[in-house]
Design a protein around this ligand. Structure first.
Ligand SMILES: C[S@@+](CC[C@H](N)C(=O)[O-])C[C@H]1O[C@@H](n2cnc3c(N)ncnc32)[C@H](O)[C@@H]1O
Length: 409
């Protein structure tokens, strides 16, 4: 039975929400919509009264593709909503901050994408998963991905022909690097001699920098270098990388400004050195990261680079074994960029260590606000915060913030 609802707000996933709550994907606050209720979700949605923030989606794939959630909304609306999501998370902890203008990465700037590929009777089908389904939508005109990634989709298809099983879906992660395309495949057939040979030949034929298959490097024609400041780093296959170079630069600028003047910086959850290596142009840096392969890549990048100050690395699980106040006392600034869970255990130690400045980069406003509260209770001021949107048209929100220790704490 069709019913009518008025959308009052957007939820964290970007869905419109009406009283109930009833969730209506791809609707906007103020809209009157009708549809069929399935549990708490509205389906077969018709927008009866559109919002003046509703726009025609720029991408022709938007209707079927699940890659974007918010292309039906004006850019300014999405930007304001993301800032509001952060503000609300802070308010829930009784906090506020000076919010700098949001930085949004341009269209077609994503440098990494995981393409789903299925073998079909006629050949292959490659693209993103559809909206709330396991169908695959082809994305030749995708507005998110760098054009070089779109151009590489046929490589993903060729790999599926060689090593995709008839029933399964291959997940092919394509990353742009200075050395060319870095490709990591998951979900394919088990490796054997003939498959390995065919994959090595495909690496040559398509001019790939590196190809790995279910975690194993098959071939490396060129080091798939990522440049972090003056250093060239070859990350382990599939290692964390900021989603766009533009977003990486915006976060780095915020972190550099937040820590400027520091002589010794500790970079926690350092990855392969996105922040550590550029910061080492002016400060000594100790980089701590859970994955040993990433700290090794960081270290090698530093050793090959010219003109950087000393960088030391440590592979350490910062959830189980956070750096203790004694280990933190020689640093005059802290950079921390944890995964979505935040850094509860490490932040509890930072609240004891009381270093002068903390630059906090986060991909989850809720865990950020929780950790921010701990720091504020310990005597820090949340001086400023900037939302950085590398995941344009998604509900995902990232930020960088500066905490300073109050005098006499
Ligand atoms: C959001 S990424 C940031 C990486 C880096 N700062 C960058 O910008 O490229 C979070 C990093 O935390 C690391 N990590 C996840 N859990 C960890 C843990 N328990 N202890 C230490 N590092 C962890 C991940 O491997 C990843 O490199």
């Amino acid at each position: 039975m069709t019913q009518t609802y008025t959308i009052t707000r957007l939820g964290h996933q970007g869905d419109g929400i009406s009283d109930g709550p009833v969730y209506a994907p791809r609707t906007l606050p103020g809209e009157v919509v009708s549809g069929t209720l399935l549990g708490q979700f509205l389906s077969d949605i018709r927008v009866e009264t559109p919002s003046d923030q509703r726009v025609k989606a720029p991408c022709r794939h938007y209707k079927s593709c699940g890659g974007c959630q918010l292309q039906h909304a004006a850019d300014d609306f999405v930007a304001d909503w993301k800032v509001e999501v952060v503000r609300n998370a802070l308010t829930a902890q009784g906090l506020e901050a000076d919010m700098r203008p949001i930085h949004t990465s341009p269209e077609r700037s994503r440098r990494r994408a995981t393409i789903a590929v299925r073998r079909t009777k006629k050949g292959t089908l490659a693209g993103f998963h559809g909206r709330a389904s396991d169908t695959i939508t082809e994305i030749p005109d995708c507005h998110l991905l760098d054009l070089a990634l779109i151009a590489a989709i046929p490589v993903a298809e060729a790999l599926a022909v060689l090593g995709g099983s008839r029933k399964g879906v291959l997940a092919v992660t394509l990353t742009l690097s200075e050395g060319g395309l870095d490709v990591a495949v998951k979900g394919g057939k088990s490796l054997d001699g003939p498959l390995e040979l065919a994959l090595a030949q495909a690496t040559e034929k398509h001019g790939l920098a590196r190809l790995s298959w279910d975690g194993e490097v098959i071939a490396m024609r060129q080091p798939p270098v990522q440049r972090f400041g003056a250093a060239d780093v070859v990350p382990p296959s599939g290692a964390f990388l900021q989603a766009t170079k533009d977003g990486e630069q915006a976060l780095l600028q915020a972190v550099s400004e937040a820590t400027s003047g520091a002589k010794r910086i500790v970079d926690l959850f350092a990855g392969c050195g996105t922040f550590s290596l550029p910061l080492a142009e002016t400060a000594e840096v100790h980089a701590v990261e859970g994955e040993a392969a990433m700290t090794q890549a960081l270290d090698q990048g530093w050793r090959r680079a010219q003109g950087l100050k000393r960088v030391t690395t440590e592979a350490r699980d910062l959830f189980r074994r956070p750096l203790m106040p004694d280990e933190l006392k020689s640093f005059d600034a802290v950079v921390i960029d944890p995964p979505r869970a935040g850094a509860e255990a490490q932040v509890a130690e930072l609240a004891q260590a009381l270093r002068p400045v903390i630059a906090y980069v986060s991909c989850n406003p809720v865990t950020f606000a929780r950790d921010a509260k701990t720091l504020v209770n310990a005597g820090y001021t949340l001086e400023w915060l900037q939302v950085v949107d590398q995941f344009r048209w998604s509900s995902h929100t990232e930020l960088a913030a500066r905490f300073i220790l109050n005098p006499k704490t």
